[in-house]
Write a protein that binds this ligand. Sequence first.
Ligand code: HEC
Length: 153
Amino acid sequence: MKTFLAALTLSALGLAGTAEAQDGPFKNEIKARQGIMAYRALQLGVLGGMAKGEVAYDAAAAQKAADNLMATVTLDASMLWPKGSDNSANPASTALAAMWEEGSGIGDKAKAMMDAATALQAAAGSDLDTMKTALGPVGEACGGCHKAFRVSN
Ligand code: HEC
């Protein structure tokens, strides 16, 4: 039984190794960070829908979306961005290598996101206009970083 389990583990590792080789380096990190980004987009979509009047403003739902967005910003995701995990190393990623260069300004972009998300979290549950005003800078922070550090498509 022990031998069987050991063999099973080895073959599982073997399979994982093959997948890694086929899917390129840092596959899991890239997938995880794209998932976080997709989750951000989902929260922004909730607030954007209210801002555009497609959905009625709901203070509790707006607050929840802003809280969720904030959670993605305060999360320590540093392990998901190893140097060498850019688009040139693995086409599954749309991140540009420039992001990792000395003096790239990525810290400023991340701070802009943090500031905008913090302001939105404070504003989202107040009323529609206050939420809308705070939503703009968040969209700009997303776009500002993408423009600088993502493959344009
Ligand atoms: C500090 C930089 C930065 C900020 C701020 C940022 N992003 Fe991103 N985002 C990236 C990078 C880099 C990628 C590419 C990741 C990859 O493919 O490896 C990305 C990818 C994405 C993707 C595509 C995910 C996929 O499946 O390929 C979405 C959607 C996204 N971001 C949404 C957002 C939203 C919404 C915000 C703002 C609330 C935001 N991002 C803020 C850097 C940022």
